[in-house]
Design a protein around this ligand. Sequence first.
Ligand SMILES: Cc1cc2nc3c(=O)[nH]c(=O)nc-3n(C[C@H](O)[C@H](O)[C@H](O)COP(=O)(O)O)c2cc1C
Length: 236
Amino acid sequence: MNLYNSIFQRKSSRKYVMQPLPQQLLIDMENSIKGFEQLYPNLPLEYRFAKKTKGMFSAKAPHFLIISGQGRPGELESAGFLFQQLVLWMDAKEIGSVWLGSAKDTESSGSKKDIITLAFGQSTEEVHRVKNSFNRKPITEITNSPDDACIQAAHLAPSGMNTQPWYFEKTSDNVLLYQRNLKPPLSLIYKLADLDMGIALCHYALACKEIDKPFSFTRTTDNVAKSGFNPFGVID
Ligand SMILES: Cc1cc2nc3c(=O)[nH]c(=O)nc-3n(C[C@H](O)[C@H](O)[C@H](O)COP(=O)(O)O)c2cc1C
């Protein structure tokens, strides 16, 4: 399945048919998750399905997937990277989905370190859109290299509250990745910016694969300082 094409047409779905998806589709979904690329292969994540969630800004959906870790560094971007592939997989199968930052499981004991929730199902609305109807910052605000195909794919990545916190700075031998400092009050309430970075890296990596370009990411804070941003990593 070509996940890259879905980058240019997906959108969040918030209205669903409440009928569950066929069981076989959920099995296919789990098999696909096993085959997706991981940002940090040695940092395993877990997920479980739920029928209900609670919390603000939630959506009424027939299915939820709750992603959890163990509280280790890197889990947020790793979750964004891995499960954005699932979002694109669902888009390609005409299944709607939306990331939910504050939806909480109503059923579990709460012992897991839950990171994020994805709501999904058959949408009552169109699940695709055309490329020029994405609501995104001008690409020149997120890079010094707007003609780069991988950065163009990252530009369309979804993010919590559409903050788009990434900046891709192309140098002569690599791409330095920065995370924009959020301003108060957003900085006080929004804690998922690392997950957003993982989603953007997922789009970037899929575009690299599409054009046969190698992709390798290293998390580091050693990048040259950039006003208004925190160094996040290096893409080689
Ligand atoms: C980490 C994260 C958390 C999000 N949390 C919510 C949420 O709680 N409720 C919601 O309706 N949308 C949520 N979204 C969806 C964003 O609002 C949406 O992706 C963004 O506005 C861009 O729109 P698009 O997905 O249609 O491209 C979240 C997205 C991300 C990546």
